[in-house]
Design a protein around this ligand. Structure first.
Ligand code: LMR
Length: 340
């Protein structure tokens, strides 16, 4: 019996790295597939799976389940009682983490905007971010918590107040890029991996701004179809919410996107800088937070890149983006100032 032809592939995708990663909200719809994908990442050594004990499935059960796949990644579950002091548990769960992926919070229902989730989700994110500030202040804290446009500024300002680097708080907007790539590839008939559309601005409605003019594959599509694709990318999350009919929002595509983002962060931390679009504290526009291409290096965010040249349609869109984003950022800053 020779070496099975799949054994090399299996080794390549199943852990063996040097980084500890935590997924918060690990038992939820995004959290579970995200944990599976992170347990298969070559740069991951240890995966801490955290959720509150009223989650759909106990985190310990998700960890036990995942602990049986052919991966070198060590998986540990942490279930926290909602009325239990988080201290001891979270210390062990978060200490030593390079990356914390936060997929906690409530999803939208049909008819709701992401903004409707602000108060409830900001309070959830705050508890986790405060624990990260205490137990893993050097980690990149990747927020997959809506509304990202307001929650990232709120949490980054809390980091700043605590004397920490606000750029450790990063809003995951990768799904917008993933969607734009997929929609372009469907039209031109190429593989989605050959398309890389930067999506700038934010992660809500008109603030989601694909820059199709910077992707050569999109040059094959006429301008009116690209404008329709712009709207389709903006509405894609709402389309999933509507089709799930009150039972949640994007989970599988979001987990895929968050894992792609996590891979870029860990690649940078492992000495191979990588670029992904992300929503961060920024100086590329006159707004203090903005999504654009970001380079990740050894310490997390190493460069926030300018959005580059835009065509006339995109220049008009950018002005529209900035008006809505400004008020959503202000909501986040107000939350940080008043602690609620
Ligand atoms: C998405 O874009 O799918 C997420 O932000 C979830 C949502 O509510 O749309």
């Amino acid at each position: 019996m020779g070496t099975s032809c799949s054994s090399g592939i299996r080794k390549a995708i199943m852990g063996g790295g040097s980084h500890k990663v935590c997924v918060c909200g690990a038992a939820g719809g995004i959290g579970q597939p995200l944990c599976l994908l992170m347990a298969m990442e070559p740069n991951v050594k240890e995966l801490a799976i955290f959720d509150v004990n009223v989650a759909m499935v106990p985190a310990d059960g998700v960890a036990e389940d995942l602990g049986h796949i052919e991966s070198k990644v060590k998986v540990t579950g942490y279930s926290l009682g909602v009325d239990q002091p988080p201290k001891v548990h979270l210390n062990e769960c978060l200490s030593g983490c390079s990356l914390v992926l936060v997929a906690a919070g409530m999803p939208r229902k049909p008819g709701m905007t992401r903004d409707h989730l602000f108060k409830v989700n900001a309070d959830i994110a705050k508890g986790i971010v405060e624990a990260c500030a205490k137990f893993c202040p050097q980690a990149v804290v990747a927020l997959i918590v809506n509304p990202i446009n307001s929650i990232v500024p709120a949490m980054a300002e809390l980091y700043k107040k605590a004397g920490l680097d606000p750029k450790k708080i990063v809003g995951v907007t990768t799904l917008d890029c993933v969607r734009a790539n997929k929609f372009v590839s469907d039209i031109v008939g190429c593989h989605p991996s050959n398309v890389e559309v930067p999506v700038i601005g934010g992660h809500d409605g008109i603030t989601i701004m694909p820059v199709f003019s910077q992707e050569p594959m999109a040059a094959r599509i006429d301008q009116s179809a690209l404008e329709a694709l712009d709207k389709k990318t903006q509405d894609a999350g709402t389309d999933v919410v509507n089709k799930k009919n009150g039972k949640g929002s994007a989970t599988l595509s979001m987990a895929y996107a968050a894992a792609r983002f996590g891979r870029a962060v860990l690649s940078g931390m492992s000495g191979k800088p990588a670029v992904e679009c992300a929503y961060v504290k920024s100086e590329v526009t006159d707004l203090p937070y903005f999504a654009s291409r970001v380079e990740f290096g050894r310490g997390g965010v190493s460069k926030v890149l300018h959005y580059g040249s835009l065509n006339n349609y995109e220049k008009g869109r950018l002005e529209e983006v900035k008006v809505q984003l400004k008020s959503e950022i202000q909501a986040g800053l107000k939350y940080a100032a008043h602690g609620q």
